[in-house]
Design a protein around this ligand. Structure first.
Ligand SMILES: Nc1ncnc2c1ncn2[C@@H]1O[C@H](COP(=O)(O)OP(=O)(O)OP(=O)(O)O)[C@@H](O)[C@H]1O
Length: 581
């Protein structure tokens, strides 16, 4: 049941576009899935209460019997059952309030722990181990206090639960003795004693179930439901702006050939929910300030000139009208911005062409939009205006699967799966469709063979486990595995997004040599985003970006001769390197 729920959630997650994952923390999504799946399963179990209809029919018979013997006994049984159940629910409620807090804290503790593990390097560099331990201990301590409190309430609820049933029995016995004193047929009355005591559980169970539906437990239950299932439902409310079609399969011949055209492309990032929330908060703060100012203004005006009251009132009314109008305008702007883009264009009227088999590079200052262009080519986002064409087809009109299968990406910090090297390299091969010769060849051209087949350092060869996020490998090794992983899927376009910029000079040189050898490989188009200009000197075309605009383009020599932005960048880097030396 749980697997099915998790599967449905994951299916939905995979249907969402990259924007969702750029806006939401991975750890939070993971917690929602885990807790939400549990709650959904509980809900399904809870609905089994309605399966008890049979038992209720049976209880009704028992109630009727007690009623015929003595309605007073029946009423007193209900009253006692009701009171004791209320008490039990009260303590259960207390318990679950704390449980809720406890689970929030434990969720927070998990995030804190994840954060520590993900930032181990930063913590060690800054020497903040002690502070991290103290912070985590504080959370754990608070968690412990709440657990103790919850256990106390649990004990009280258990005591009442156990004794309530006995108290009801005593009450029945006392009442029957009282009645038997009045009844003539004492023997008959005594006979019913055992039967009524035997039936006493029915009022207890009925009131308990009744309260479960209408009183505190369902409330707590729905609280939790709101908390976790609500979040899961919210997750299901998220709709992809770009439909994902990861299920369709394609043959290699159907892939794009690698001609890319940007035709007057302008783009700005969509407004994120966080940003919207911030804007809302700012809007409320501004409103408050305006109202305060308006009040001050009114008080001042009244005390200064009473004669002009009437005229002033008109004025202040008009100010109020203006304020209302302003508020309305603000709201309109906010509404318009929902599901819309920010005003800040990240690329502006961008037009260029990349021909099949070319080796091109994007350079420019930080924030000039280079990585955004890469995201747009992969259609992680849709453009505001203009069009991106692949082999002459607008990418909006083609299958996303075909687009993504045609592209191999190597990013700055490639993420590897906690498995062996072979698994990571062949990750993109559908149904393990690859031969050992193919794998060996890919390892050779990507530079993986250079280290992986060294029996001293890698006795397990391709079966060497890489560790979580590839921690057992160096940056250069990880990068070469990422290149091999991209190449084995035979992409028509290979994108290297600052693939070597986080490496040291030596590793960068090694990786760069292998990248250089790939130029012209099977007519593959190679797009490089580079900071170090020495790595792109041989490219067929260099696009120079500044503040989202394409300022220059040409070969290294042509751009140097132009003596423009590129030439300045080159000289800047050269003087910087000389200084370093
Ligand atoms: N997911 C995002 N949401 C909103 N704005 C973004 C997002 N990603 C990037 N930006 C903004 O878009 C602009 C261009 O960023 P981009 O990453 O494309 O630049 P870049 O040239 O690749 O920079 P760098 O060389 O530093 O990596 C920047 O102003 C950046 O703040």
């Amino acid at each position: 049941m749980k697997e099915e729920t998790v599967k449905q959630i994951l299916n939905h997650l995979f249907s969402l576009d990259m924007q969702y994952f750029e806006e939401n923390k991975v750890t939070q999504i993971s917690a929602v899935i885990k807790q939400g799946a549990n709650q959904i399963c509980n809900e399904l179990r809870y609905s089994q209460i309605f399966d008890k209809i049979d038992s209720y029919v049976y209880y009704l018979g028992q109630i009727y019997f007690i009623y015929t013997v003595s309605p007073t006994i029946l009423v007193s049984m209900f009253i006692f059952s009701f009171i004791s159940n209320l008490l039990i629910f009260y303590f259960n409620q207390k318990q679950s309030q704390i449980l809720k807090q406890e689970s929030e804290e434990s969720e927070f503790k998990d995030f804190a722990l994840d954060d520590i593990l993900n930032n181990m390097l930063v913590i060690k560099t800054f020497g903040t181990e002690k502070r991290e331990i103290q912070n985590l201990c504080k959370t754990i301590q608070q968690n412990k206090i709440n657990t103790e409190k919850r256990q106390k309430y649990q004990k009280i609820a258990n005591i009442i639960d156990n004794s309530a049933y006995d108290i009801i029995k005593i009450v029945i016995i006392l009442q029957i003795f009282f009645y038997s004193g009045l009844q003539e047929d004492k023997a008959l009355f005594a006979n019913t004693l055992t039967e009524i005591i035997g039936y006493s559980y029915c009022t207890f169970t009925i009131t308990n179930d009744f309260l479960k539906i209408f009183k505190s437990q369902p409330q707590d239950y729905y609280e939790n439901r709101k908390k976790y299932i609500g979040k899961v439902m919210k997750l299901f409310e998220a709709v992809p702006k770009i439909k994902q079609d990861y299920e369709s399969s394609l043959s290699e011949t159907n892939l794009f050939q690698g001609d890319i055209t940007f035709d007057n492309v302008s783009f700005s990032y969509p407004v994120s929910n966080d940003h919207l929330a911030q804007m809302n908060q700012q809007k409320h703060r501004d409103e408050k300030q305006k109202k305060q100012q308006l009040n001050n203004q009114e008080t001042q005006q009244t005390s200064q000139q009473q004669v002009l009251d009437a005229a002033q009132e008109t004025d202040s009314n008009s100010t109020e009208d203006e304020l209302k109008q302003q508020e309305q305008d603000d709201e309109d702007v906010l509404n318009k911005q929902q599901n819309k883009q920010t005003d800040q264009l990240v690329t502006k009227n961008l037009s260029f062409q990349i021909k099949k088999g070319q080796f091109v590079a994007f350079v420019g200052t930080s924030g000039s939009g280079k990585s955004t262009i890469i995201k747009l080519i992969q259609r992680f986002y849709d453009v505001n205006s203009g069009a991106i064409l692949l082999d002459g087809q607008n990418i909006k009109d083609v299958s996303l699967n075909k687009l993504r299968k045609s592209i191999g990406l190597v990013s700055q910090e490639p993420s590897l799966f906690d498995n062996d090297i072979e698994y990571n390299i062949t990750y993109g091969c559908e149904n393990d469709k690859y031969t050992q010769e193919e794998l060996k060849y890919i390892c050779d051209i990507s530079g993986v063979s250079e280290f992986v087949f060294d029996p001293k350092r890698f006795p397990e060869g391709l079966k060497t486990l890489v560790g979580t996020k590839g921690t057992k490998l160096s940056g250069g090794q990880k990068q070469r595995i990422a290149i091999a992983r991209a190449l084995i899927k035979k992409p028509k376009i290979l994108i290297l997004d600052e693939a070597t910029s986080s490496l040291d000079a030596e590793s960068e040189n090694t990786v760069q040599q292998y990248i250089d050898q790939l130029v012209g490989y099977k007519g593959m188009t190679i797009i490089v985003v580079a900071h170090r200009l020495s790595t792109i000197i041989k490219s067929d075309n260099i696009f120079v970006m500044k503040k989202g605009e394409l300022k220059e383009q040409g070969t290294h020599q042509q751009l140097l001769a132009l003596n423009g932005i590129y030439s300045k960048l080159v000289h800047h880097q050269l003087s910087f390197q000389n200084q370093e030396i």
